[in-house]
Design a protein around this ligand. Structure first.
Ligand code: SAM
Length: 278
């Protein structure tokens, strides 16, 4: 008998893929976790019935959430990831030579443990001496740690359950306070096709707090609609070109310096929805 994973991406759209084996399931105080070995996308981490990351396409998401802000910042020495318990963002952050410390604040310890056990190629950076893993609500952590970071990444689940508060203007104020002068925030802001309301809310929330805000896009096959948005907010009101270039041996599969500039060029419907929201 064939085994299939099916996700209800909207009330009228489903995504399915063939599963070779269910490797792990658990219910934590925060969410339901599943790790599946899928035929087309490799190992897949699912939280509350939503794909979080897959070994075959995770490089797109993790490179784009990390390298765009870290190559924009001239000297990102202290970087915070809120959420991101799979470790993929941390793995990419550690490729940046100026990084001295990377803090991961994940609310659910079991996501981190599960990633270390079942997704070792994604979680590979979590034991690096430059990395501190803190199990706490990202909101509480930010309230207690102002002015400490050059870059803050919000690598969160969709705005349901514990992640609801990570998409609010109040949260962006906490991020602003936790960033040093010249600091940069990037958050994953969902699909412009299926979750335009979430993208617009995040964009307007950041606009109310930061002088410069810009959305960029990437293609991620296993995320709803395949077209994914990230929104960058900077403390300085200045253009945001890359301020550093990858070294010749910098390992990436999606990110390039050319893509860095072009990913901010938005399709008309996305531009329109963000301009209307101002
Ligand atoms: N790449 C993914 C995506 O876009 O779907 C996100 C991956 S990562 C697994 C998301 C993590 O955010 C989850 O492990 C979840 O536990 C964590 N999270 C949700 N709300 C949080 C909060 N308030 N503080 C810290 N971590 C949180």
């Amino acid at each position: 008998m064939e085994l299939w994973y099916t996700e209800n991406q909207t009330p009228a759209i489903r995504f399915s893929c063939k599963v070779n084996k269910t490797l792990h399931t658990a219910k934590t105080p925060y969410q339901e976790i599943a790790v599946l070995d899928t035929e087309p996308f490799g190992r897949m981490l699912v939280l509350d019935g939503m794909v979080q990351t897959c070994t075959e396409d995770e490089f797109v998401y993790h490179e784009m959430i990390v390298h765009v802000p870290l190559f924009t910042h001239p000297r990102p020495s202290d970087v915070l990831v809120v959420g991101g318990g799979d470790g993929g963002a941390i793995r990419e952050i550690l490729k940046h030579e100026p990084v001295e410390k990377a803090v991961l604040v994940e609310i659910d310890r079991e996501v981190v443990e599960c990633a270390k056990q079942y997704l070792p190629e994604i979680a590979s950076g979590l034991n690096d001496p430059r990395v501190e893993v803190i199990i706490e609500d990202g909101i509480v952590y930010l309230q207690n740690n102002p002015g400490q970071f050059d870059v803050i990444l919000v690598d969160s689940t969709e705005p349901v359950g514990p992640a609801v508060g990570l998409f609010t203007e109040d949260f962006y104020r906490l991020v602003y306070a936790a960033l040093r002068p010249g600091g940069i925030l990037v958050a994953q802001t969902e699909s412009p096709f299926y979750n335009a309301d979430i993208l617009v809310k995040a964009y307007t929330g950041m606009k109310a707090v930061f002088p410069r805000v810009a959305t960029y896009l990437a293609n991620i096959p296993t995320y709803p609609s395949g077209l994914w948005s990230f929104t960058l907010a900077a403390k300085q009101d200045a253009p945001l070109p890359p301020s550093r270039q990858p070294a010749p041996d910098f390992a990436s599969r999606y990110y390039t310096p050319e893509l860095h500039s072009s990913c901010f060029v938005l399709p008309r419907f996305v531009k329109d929805m963000l301009e209307k929201a101002r």
